[in-house]
Write a new protein. Structure first.
Length: 334
């Protein structure tokens, strides 16, 4: 899988998220009117005689739909739904949990829900939807036999992803102009403005998105990380690695001996394995980690790696990054 290989045994992310919870989402009444159609991230136009109402969705995509008041009948996640950053704070009452480990979906239970739509991101590099990629259990791939599969493409921007799921929600009957949604969008817009202002005060600051693991140090390739592309677009100097893995270009893989190949001023640490003590712990476990000057200086901050889907979540994460940028030293890596 494109996002979990480097940290398949990582500790669960622990964050307090806001902006997408059940307390600030509008109510949407399912509709059976039709016909219905939606252009999938693959470019295929998916059609149905009636608007789907019984939806199974991957975790992040479920969070996106729920932020617009669309409640799925089933959800499958890549980790426990109690720790998945997309689902924390959401009311999952009445939703069947179909999987809590990447690549493993209970298709038999899914079939019992009689779904008329499966929702999962489309990953262009793998030409597959979330949960149906190469490497998952073959039984899990049978999910796509139960109903049409649609999703927004993981592309060049989280904003595009959020807007895509807004369009999908609207096609399913959501009132996307509800006051709660407008408030969430304003929080996001304000967060972007503050982020840009902070970046402008540190024009020479360089950052590197990283994920240390037992076997290697992984450096994220912004080309395949839409949130990193957004950061670059908003002025932050996110380093592009020289040699992404040709067979899996989401990352450049560095041996621990070469962990210090890059010397950023600030490390964006893969949030799926980040804890307040992780930097010190890795320094003890792998001394070459501290050969990276930013790691030695404890200039690290959690990076929301590959999971963002909503305006509200992006606003929260941007605010955290803005605080870190304001405190960062442009000369750490020099």
């Amino acid at each position: 899988m494109r996002i979990w290989r480097p940290i398949v045994a990582a500790a669960a992310l622990s964050l307090t998220l806001a902006g997408c919870g059940s307390t600030d989402t509008p109510e949407t009444t399912p509709t059976s009117a039709g016909p219905w159609q939606f252009t999938d991230g693959s470019g295929e136009v998916v059609k149905a005689d009636k608007t789907p109402t019984r939806i199974i969705a991957h975790a992040g995509e479920a969070a996106a739909l729920m932020s617009f008041g669309i409640k799925p009948v089933g959800v499958y996640a890549d980790e426990s739904v109690k720790t998945d950053p997309n689902l924390k704070g959401l009311d999952l009452t009445g939703i069947e949990i179909l999987g809590e480990e990447w690549g493993k979906i209970d298709v038999e239970k899914a079939a019992s829900l009689r779904p008329d739509l499966i929702v999962g991101d489309y990953w262009p590099a793998e030409k597959a939807h979330s949960g149906l990629e190469e490497g998952v259990d073959e039984k899990s791939k049978k999910l796509k036999e139960l109903a049409p599969v649609v999703g927004v493409a993981q592309g060049k921007s989280i904003v595009d992803l959020a807007e895509g799921y807004e369009a999908l929600a609207k096609s399913l009957g959501a009132k996307v102009d509800a006051p709660e949604i407008a408030a969430s969008k304003k929080k996001f817009t304000d967060a972007v403005t503050a982020f840009k202002a902070a970046v402008a005060t540190k024009p020479n600051l360089t950052v590197l998105a990283m994920s240390p693991a037992d076997d290697k140090v992984y450096v994220a390739n912004p080309e395949f990380a839409p949130e990193l592309l957004d950061f670059q677009k908003w002025g932050l100097k996110v380093v592009n690695p020289d040699k992404p893995d040709p067979g899996f270009p989401y990352w450049e893989n560095l041996s621990w001996e070469n962990a210090d190949k890059y010397q950023p001023d600030l490390i964006l640490w893969d949030g799926r394995s980040y804890t307040d003590t992780a930097n010190a712990e890795w320094g003890k476990k792998q001394p070459t980690w501290f050969a990276i000057k930013a790691a030695k200086a404890d200039a690290v901050v959690s990076w929301p790696a590959y999971w963002l889907h909503t305006y509200g979540h992006f606003a929260v994460e941007l605010d955290k990054l803005t605080t870190a940028i304001k405190a960062a030293d442009e000369n750490v890596g020099s």
